[in-house]
Design a protein around this ligand. Structure first.
Ligand code: ATP
Ligand code: MG
Length: 399
């Protein structure tokens, strides 16, 4: 049996930060040994917000891949590639765009949010409106089952599911569907085929789920049928047509939204981030300067962890006894804020140490990184081209 597929990407717009790691990258690393994983550098997506300063993208493409490798991605276990080397993504995007209502894109929550938050940029562009649909194409072209991303991306995966459903509804009928169904049924013993057709009518006319289940179970084990037959017949039985594009599911980590130094979502554009490979002194300085519960002005004032951004970091970096120590110390003014921050600093530095070491090998040999991306791009191309042949055939573009 082929493994289930995973797809995700990140934008090369700056050094990766702890939010990327805890929100998504940690999941990527875990999944690489369990499923067939495709991870891509979303350089076209970076252009949606950086079309005026594209040089930022160039600087960060390979740096970001180094961050991934530092975090533990293993090119022997997963496929790492570059979006812009695969024009197939743009082709699928164009084809999906033809039948996608504009309202679907205007309603995506990140559309208005980002326009407001990044108000120094002009994001009233066609590309920015359309990027969730480009993301849908990125995912659907690999027939991915799962998409490991942070919480802010969940609405994009939902749009992807709608786009797949719409495509299957519009084009999932094979042109010569009736003949093909008949040919698949003809492979079965004649009385079995008759019984199956009876069950289908029963299900479609009276909604008898047992009849459908029985028919599907029979087909699943019928040795006369190949996977294409089964796919075609199950569409015929359920009345849905063929599934050309697969609806993916989102995979969230427990920390699907890591706050930044100020308590808002950690983001490189909000100036509240700690980079994955940031140097130790700078990490310590940043945490020491973090604001705490505003009511705790003097060392003798008691504090409330729930009003302190540092507490959120203890959730990620500290064990239970340390958290109990923090709660007790903060609410009784038993410890000062600097003491409270030390375990967080230690936790971040301990997490980063192996990443710095792994990154060094690639910083010393940049060609290694290029070779990894080249090999991954070749593998991705094979998968993407296969889907595009099916998509063109489904729409009827094979003249
Ligand atoms: P930033 O948000 O820092 O500007 P970005 O928007 O360019 O970065 P994306 O490529 O959109 O980065 O995000 C990459 C992945 O990291 C996505 O899956 C996203 O959900 C996740 N992610 C980004 N920031 C956080 C965060 N603070 N907490 C959890 N997940 C995050
Ligand atoms: Mg983002």
């Amino acid at each position: 049996m082929s493994k289930e597929r995973v797809l995700s990407g990140m934008r090369p717009t700056g050094a990766l930060h702890l939010g990327h790691y805890h929100g998504a990258l940690k999941n990527w690393v875990r999944l690489q040994s369990e499923m067939e994983c495709f991870y891509f550098v979303a350089d076209w997506h970076a252009l949606t917000t950086h079309y005026e300063d594209a040089s930022v993208i160039e600087q960060h493409v390979y740096e970001m891949v180094i961050d991934w490798l530092a975090a533990g991605l293993d090119p022997a276990q997963c496929t790492i590639f570059l979006q812009s080397r695969l024009p197939e993504h743009a082709e699928l995007f164009t084809l999906l765009a033809m039948g996608t209502p504009i309202g679907w894109l205007e309603r995506v929550p990140t559309y208005k949010d980002q326009q407001e938050k990044l108000n120094d940029k002009d994001l009233s562009t066609y590309g920015f409106l359309g990027y969730p649909l480009l993301q849908a194409a990125d995912i659907l072209i690999y027939k991915a089952n799962y998409v490991p991303v942070g919480e802010d991306q969940a609405s994009h995966v939902e749009l992807t599911r709608e786009a797949a459903r719409r495509f299957n509804h519009l084009y999932g009928r094979e042109r010569d569907a009736q003949q093909r169904i008949a040919a698949s049924l003809a492979k079965l013993p004649r009385d079995s085929a008759k019984r199956l057709e009876k069950s289908r009518k029963q299900y479609q006319e009276t909604g008898d789920a047992k009849a459908l289940e029985g028919a599907l179970a029979y087909m699943a084990q019928a040795p006369e049928l190949d996977p294409d037959d089964r796919e075609r017949l199950s569409g015929h039985f359920k009345g849905t047509g063929r599934t050309v594009l697969i609806e993916p599911q989102v995979l969230l980590t427990p920390t699907s939204r890591l706050p930044g130094l100020d308590g808002a979502k950690m983001s490189k554009s909000y100036n509240n981030a700690i980079a994955l490979r940031e140097d130790a002194d700078s990490v310590a300085q940043k945490v020491k300067r973090m604001p705490t519960d505003p009511a705790r002005i003097k060392r003798t004032d008691v504090g409330d962890p729930l009003k302190c951004p540092v507490w959120q970091f203890h959730q990620v970096y500290s064990d239970e006894p340390t958290r109990a120590w923090v709660t007790q110390g903060c609410t009784t003014a038993g410890i000062g804020c600097l003491a409270c921050k030390q375990p967080v600093i230690d936790g971040i530095l301990a997490e980063q140490q192996p990443m710095r070491e792994r990154a060094q090998a690639y910083l010393d040999h940049p060609q290694l990184v290029r070779d990894i991306v080249d090999a991954g791009t070749q593998r991705a191309r094979t998968a993407a081209q296969q889907t595009m042949r099916e998509v063109r055939e489904a729409i009827g573009l094979n003249y």
